[in-house]
Design a binder for this molecule. Structure first.
Ligand SMILES: [Zn+2]
Length: 237
């Protein structure tokens, strides 16, 4: 597949998404805007550089929610700098971090951040640890978090283990965007992506045989094509 040129954007009325970057092992970074609401999804390294190009500092301070699909470094590498930026710039409104239950990377980043800056932090951080799947509304956007299948290699480079992983579907004014995060082919994503106004599907496995960690191009396309529009992301470069 030919190299994807980032950023990729999509918008319908007051609802939009911009994918600054989604390169396996390097970084992800996604901004969702629903009218005056700003969400950040999977802030990998470089998220502040990208937000700084896109938004005014006063808008970055309005970010109300961060969504984490899983704890791999290319999805959480920018969390520390984002939290610190919001402190330095004196954010006063609360911030909620939504993440899969058992994602120790986020728990440890949050603990360390509280230890270092806890006293006198100008904004409140709420953690929403999500077990399996659920739907909720935050800042006028309906969010459906759903479990996906994503694994990582252990030290022997052969054995794999499942990592706590979610996909998210965002619905605002009857339009919806489905983002699967990192996942192997899974029925939950098939269900959520079907009929979505936009599906963002990873195609991180560059061979034809499925590997239980990422999707092949054909698997990703077969899911994307059931949505009204779709982007393939997380393709190895
Ligand atoms: Zn991953």
């Amino acid at each position: 597949m030919k190299k994807i040129k980032y950023p990729i954007s999509w918008s319908k009325d007051n609802f939009s998404i911009k994918i600054f970057c989604s390169i396996p092992n390097i970084a992800t970074g996604i901004l969702v805007k629903a009218s005056e609401t700003f969400f950040i999804v999977d802030p990998g390294d470089g998220i502040l550089r990208d937000l700084n190009k896109e938004l005014k500092p006063s808008q970055i301070l309005k970010v109300s929610d961060i969504f984490i699909t899983h704890g791999h470094h290319d999805h959480v590498g920018g969390v520390w700098s984002l939290l610190t930026y919001l402190r330095v710039m004196n954010k006063t409104t609360p911030l909620t971090i939504h993440f899969p239950k058992g994602c120790i990377e986020i728990l440890h980043i949050h603990n360390a951040f509280k230890k270092v800056y806890g006293e006198g932090l100008p904004y409140k951080i709420k953690l929403n640890e999500i077990d399996k799947g659920k739907s909720f509304t935050t800042n006028k956007v309906k969010v459906t978090a759903f479990p996906v299948i994503h694994k990582e290699y252990l030290f022997d480079r052969k054995t794999t283990r499942q990592v706590p992983s979610l996909g998210f579907k965002f619905t605002f004014e009857k339009k919806n965007i489905c983002y699967g995060g990192d996942t192997a082919y899974c029925l939950e994503l098939v269900k959520q992506a079907k009929g979505a106004d936009l599906a963002i599907i990873e195609a991180g496995h560059d061979e034809d045989t499925p590997d239980g960690i990422h999707m092949t191009l054909n698997e990703a396309k077969s899911i994307g094509e059931t949505a009204k529009e779709y982007f393939l992301v997380h393709v190895p470069e």
